[in-house]
Design a protein around this ligand. Sequence first.
Ligand SMILES: *[C@@H]1O[C@H](CO)[C@@H](O)[C@H](O)[C@H]1NC(C)=O
Ligand SMILES: *[C@@H]1O[C@H](CO)[C@@H](O)[C@H](O)[C@H]1NC(C)=O
Ligand SMILES: *[C@@H]1O[C@H](CO)[C@@H](O)[C@H](O)[C@H]1NC(C)=O
Ligand SMILES: *[C@@H]1O[C@H](CO)[C@@H](O)[C@H](O)[C@H]1NC(C)=O
Length: 418
Amino acid sequence: MGSFKVTILLLWVLFTSCSQKLEFKVEAKTLSLPSEREIEAKLKILNKPALKTIKSEDGDIIDCVDIYKQPAFDHPALKDHTIQKIPDFLLEWQNSSSSQVFQTWQKSGSCPEGTIPIRRIRKEDLLRAGSLDLFGRKPPIHFMNSTNTINSNSHKANGSNAYVPENRSKSSLITVGYNYIGAEANINVWNPRVDLPNDFTTAQIWLKAGNGPQFFQSVEVGWMVNPKLYGDRATRLFAYWTTDSYKSTGCFDVTCSGFVHTGQVALGSAITPISTPYGTQYEINVGIFWDQSGNWWFRVGHNNPVGYWPAKLFKPDGLSHSATSVEWGGQVYSPMVKKRPHTRTAMGSGDSIDSRWGTGCFMRNLRIKDYSQQLKYPESVSTRAEEEYCYNVFNEAKYGQEPTLFFGGPGQAPPYCP
Ligand SMILES: *[C@@H]1O[C@H](CO)[C@@H](O)[C@H](O)[C@H]1NC(C)=O
Ligand SMILES: *[C@@H]1O[C@H](CO)[C@@H](O)[C@H](O)[C@H]1NC(C)=O
Ligand SMILES: *[C@@H]1O[C@H](CO)[C@@H](O)[C@H](O)[C@H]1NC(C)=O
Ligand SMILES: *[C@@H]1O[C@H](CO)[C@@H](O)[C@H](O)[C@H]1NC(C)=O
C-alpha cells in the first residue's frame, strides 16, 4: 500500500554562519499516483461479483451482490458477523411494501431476492480521489483561529467555539442533554450548485457520541452533491460513519467495509425527483435508529431499512449504546469557506432562507428517540451557523405548529458573503 500514499517530504535546512544567518528551506513533494495494478486490486475489493447488473439511465451501474458476499465482510471485526435482516423496531412492518421509486436506477430494474444493490465504483472515481487511501473519506478536521474567518460571530470568539473547523461550514440545529437512540426528519430534496472540484454540499442528520470536537464517533445520513466522489453533480443519497472524528476510520456509503447492507436502496445513488422553486416539493424521510442488538440502522421512508452499522464497529464508551447529540442541517466542504473569495458552492436549495416555503431547503418532522422509546420533537434545541451571511439557519415556529427548520444559502454573494 505504501507506494500509493501521497508522500510529502519536508526538508528544512538551517545554516548559520558567523556573520550572518542564512535560512534555506527546501521543500520536495513527491506525489505517486496509484499504479494500474493497485487500481485493479482496489476495484476488485470494492466491486463484488454481481448476480445481476442494472444499467441506470443516469449512467450508474448497479450490481446486485449476494448479501453474504458484500464488502462489509472484509472488515476484520465482521468476519463471523451474522446478518440481522430486519431491525427489531421494524418487525411490525416487515410485510409492508415500500415500492415508491425515489432513486433513478430503480426505473431500470430491481435486484433479485438475496442480493443487494451496490453502485459500481470505476477507475475514474479512484483517480479523482488523488490517493486510494483517501477514496470515499472526508478529510480530517483541523481547526483554525476564529479571527481568520469572515463573518465570525463575536460570541463565538472564546470558549470551545474558538475552534473553527477549516474547510467546512455548517448550519444546523442541535440537541444535547440526553442519550439518543434514534433520530429522523423529512428533508426536501434540491440540487445545489457545487463550484470547485473538491467541494461538496450536504443536507443531513448527524448522531454523535464523544468528547469534544476532536474525539467523537458519528453516523450520518442525508443527501449530497459531491462531484469528486461520484463524478457528477447529481443529488445522491449518502451515509457516512467514523469512530475517530474522521481521522482514519469510516467512509461514505459502502466505499469501505463496515456498513452491512440489507435493503433494496442503493447508497450513493441519485434521488429523483428534485424540488423546484414554487413547484412541487419532494421530501425524503431519513432516520438512524439503534436497536437492541446494538446496531445502528439507516432507514428511509419510515419503513424501509437500508442496512446498519454493526455494534462491533463502535467503541464501548461511545455510539455502542447511544448518541449524546443529534444535529440536523447542512454542511459545505470547500477549501474556500471562511475565506475570501468565498466558494460559490451553495447549501440547501441555494437560496437564502429568507424566502422559506417554495424556494428554501427545509426539514420537518424532526424526531428523536430516547430510552423511553417514544419518537418526539427534541426538548431543547439551538441553531448555529458558522457563516450566517453565506449559509444561514432558522427554526421557524408558528403559533400552534411544530417548528420547521430552514437552512442554506448561495455561498459567495457580495456584499454579504464576499
Ligand atoms: C408476514 O407475512 C407472513 C406470511 O404471509 C406471516 O406468516 C407473518 O405473520 C407476517 N408478519 C407480520 C409481522 O405480520
Ligand atoms: C492561533 O492564534 C494563536 C494565538 O494568537 C497563535 O499562536 C497561533 O499560531 C494561531 N494559529 C493559527 C493556525 O493561525
Ligand atoms: C471569553 O471572553 C471574555 C471577554 O474577552 C472573557 O472575560 C472570558 O473569560 C472568556 N471566556 C473564556 C471561557 O475564555
Ligand atoms: C483545506 O484545503 C486546502 C486546499 O485543498 C488544503 O491544502 C488543506 O490541507 C485543507 N485543510 C484541511 C484541514 O483539510
